[in-house]
Ligand binder design. Structure first.
Ligand code: PLP
Length: 358
């Protein structure tokens, strides 16, 4: 097994003569093993691990400068919007948010100083998809980097480097499916281009938002069972989505694996499975609270992607940092409940929902 190198520094043979490791902010053997592992899973060339998904995205954004323009999906994780709108916009980066379900809108939003297109697909929590091959072409034409948050799908179901001319940066909150056991927080970025890798390596060391070796080791252990877990998350997700569609109506259930999902054809083309994330709109905040407080197997908690099933209320939890009018405009209603279907016996999950639905 990969050892956990609990060391901040490394003995050198002579000044500036070392064995490849100087100081763990720059490189650590356990972290390096993780970075290589995820780079291979994504079919990329270089991986860069960070202390959280947000630390990862923040470090990626340090590639850009004041005055640069970024096109971003309008429905992304609330923390992504918060980082862009409250931290990076005041520092001079400019953002345009568009509905990336329509690639033309992405193309129309690009300007002379557009340096990047940031998309999350499927999105958190509305399970909307972006056609990655189409948007990769738009990014090429605009001379911008395509940055894809692949947290929900994981490389097991979707590999953005392989779609069309391919993404430039694929990143993850490793806190979720890659770790899979809800016992650490982390992030990782993968790139194919050597020049981009050099710039990210510089930022990773210079800004220093790196994970400790034990957290890196926990993700490494998680990836050994990624294929087993994802197959089960997917099987459970499909059953839960089908059950909910029967109970509350298919228009109120957001799951790309349902044939009634408006982007099911695209999902089947660019993903090899649909995973365990299912959102359901039960109508009102009161009904959502009823559901969330009556579930026993699904635990009411932030986060997703662990072996245990979780349920959350995006409007007051993961997307509380998105202003109410903006949430309403993109469809994150007060009645929306997000489910992360774990790997338990699916009959237990269905019975839990049956009992808790208002
Ligand atoms: C899709 C997505 N991207 C990024 C993040 C941020 O990752 P972290 O919580 O590890 O900082 C999350 C967290 O929920 C997420 O769901």
């Amino acid at each position: 097994m990969t050892p956990v190198y609990l060391t901040s520094t490394y003995v050198q043979e002579a000044p500036a003569t070392h064995k490849g490791y100087e100081y763990s902010r720059g490189t650590n053997p356990t972290r390096e093993a993780l970075e290589r592992n995820i780079a291979v899973l994504e079919n990329g060339r270089h991986g860069f691990a960070f202390a959280s998904g947000m630390a990862c995205l923040d470090s990626i954004m340090k590639l850009f400068q004041s005055g640069d323009h970024i096109v971003c999906g309008e429905n992304v994780y609330g923390g992504t919007f918060r980082l862009f709108d409250r931290v990076l916009r005041p520092m001079g980066l400019e953002f345009t948010y568009v509905d990336t379900r329509d690639p033309q809108r992405v193309a129309d939003a690009c300007r002379a100083r557009t340096v990047a297109i940031v998309v999350e697909t499927p999105t958190n929590p509305l399970m909307r998809l972006t056609d990655l091959a189409a948007v990769a072409d738009i990014a090429r034409r605009a001379g911008a980097l395509l940055i894809v948050d692949n947290t929900f799908a994981t490389p097991f179901f979707q590999r953005p480097f392989e779609l069309g001319s391919g993404a430039d940066i694929v990143f993850h909150s490793t806190t979720k499916y890659l770790n899979g056991h809800s016992d650490m927080v982390g992030g990782i970025a993968v790139v194919r281009d050597d020049g981009l890798a050099e710039r990210l390596a510089y930022i990773q060391n210079a800004a220093g938002a790196v994970p400790g070796p034990f957290d890196a080791w926990l993700v490494l252990r998680g990836t050994k069972t990624l294929h087993l877990r994802m197959a089960r998350h997917d099987a459970n997700g499909r059953r839960v989505a089908t059950f909910l569609a029967e109970r509350v109506g298919e228009r109120c259930v957001y799951y790309p694996g349902l044939p009634t999902h408006p982007q099911h054809t695209l999902a089947a083309r660019q993903m090899t499975g649909f995973g365990g994330m299912v959102s359901v709109d039960v109508g009102t905040r009161e009904r959502a609270v009823h559901l969330l407080t009556h579930l026993h197997v699904f635990a009411l908690a932030e986060s997703l992607g662990g072996v245990e099933s979780l349920a959350s209320h995006p409007a007051s939890m993961t997307h509380a940092s998105v202003p109410a009018e903006r949430r309403a405009a993109i469809g994150i209603t007060d009645g929306l409940v997000r489910l992360s279907c774990g790997v338990e016996d699916v009959e237990d999950l269905l019975a839990d929902l049956e009992h808790a639905l208002p």
